[in-house]
Design a protein around this ligand. Structure first.
Ligand SMILES: Nc1ncnc2c1ncn2[C@@H]1O[C@H](COP(=O)(O)OP(=O)(O)OP(=O)(O)O)[C@@H](O)[C@H]1O
Ligand SMILES: [Mg+2]
Length: 288
């Protein structure tokens, strides 16, 4: 299975949201990272045929998605970032409604609704109205509707936004479980959501795809460039001005350790050299 994105370009007025994006994706999880406004949601809307590109195309195994029409949409599960939810529907009615939209017959829908509800841990809550759901429950029912019908391509736009740490871990594990034999794209700002489950990371910057790499390859790009330096409180503003700064923390001895990403080893500080993480890569790429 191969999903190809060829020369995709989208403008909103004078703003270029996507700029000649080329991609080829196979089975596995892809983490889509980029700052606010980078074009992540625009890319996902175009792939799922919720938005038309100005130019370029999406192909499934070499066949243009627009030509496949409903056949292509049947392959897709999509969890949008901004979703209207039917507050007056019960969760069960909502899932049946989505199943019908996906062209599923009644008996199969009945079986699958139970399965996806169990998958997102909402089996006991299906007869409640969505309006009474908490933010995290809404998020989970939206994941369930995307998974309904076992689509081969799953697109999640910030699936863990607003979830507590426990739910976030559950959703992360869930996504990695269902990823087998499927193409899964996850847009997120939470780097740790995808750091260990992504086959490749896609970095989008101002509408341009600037990297498509395995996490380990990306980590190599900041090798020997991540340091933790001990900084006096008064010197913090100056350090923040001079360096790309990640986490700042205070240890038991009240020393302030500042994580910095820099090509040249900092001079004149007490220093530690931690192992780089994807968050360091993110700061390296996106922080000017
Ligand atoms: N309907 C629209 N009309 C005009 N401009 C738009 C529209 N939708 C998106 N944009 C612009 O296109 C750019 C890309 O937006 P997009 O929503 O794809 O970014 P994103 O990477 O998903 O950001 P976020 O992390 O905030 O969700 C932004 O500059 C945004 O302001
Ligand atoms: Mg978005």
């Amino acid at each position: 299975m191969e999903l190809t994105i060829r020369e995709l370009t989208k403008r909103y007025g004078s703003k270029t949201a996507l700029d000649h994006v080329n991609l080829s994706l196979q089975e596995g999880i892809y983490g889509l990272l980029g700052p606010n406004g980078a074009g992540k949601s625009t890319l996902m809307k175009i792939i799922t045929d919720n938005l038309r590109a100005d130019s370029g195309e999406v192909l499934m195994d070499g066949v243009p998605a627009l030509k496949m029409g409903a056949d292509f949409r049947r392959l897709l599960g999509y969890m949008p970032q901004q979703q209207g939810i039917y507050e007056n529907f019960t969760a069960r009615r909502f899932l049946y409604y989505i199943a019908a939209l996906k062209g599923m017959e009644k008996r199969r829908a009945a079986k699958e609704v139970e399965e996806v509800a169990a998958l997102v841990n909402l089996s006991g809550e299906l007869d409640k109205k969505l309006g009474s759901y908490s933010g995290g429950m809404k998020q989970r029912i939206l994941i369930a509707q995307a998974v309904l019908g076992s689509p081969k391509v799953l697109i999640f736009d910030e699936p863990t936004a607003g979830l507590d740490p426990k739910e976030r871990i559950r959703i992360r594990n869930l996504i990695s479980e269902i990823a087998l034999d499927r193409i899964v794209i996850i847009a997120t700002h939470v780097v740790s959501d995808i750091e260990f489950i992504a086959r490749e990371i896609l970095l989008l910057k101002e509408g341009k795809l600037i990297a498509k790499e395995r996490p380990s390859a990306l980590l190599k790009t900041v090798e020997n460039q991540v340091f933790e330096i001990a900084v006096e409180e008064e010197a913090l503003p100056e350090v923040q001005k001079r360096y790309r700064v990640g986490n700042i923390c205070r240890d038991e001895e009240d020393t302030i350790w500042v994580r910095v990403i820099t090509e040249k080893e900092p001079d004149g500080f007490r220093m530690r050299k931690p192992s780089p993480t994807l968050e360091d890569v993110y700061l390296h790429v996106f922080e000017e």
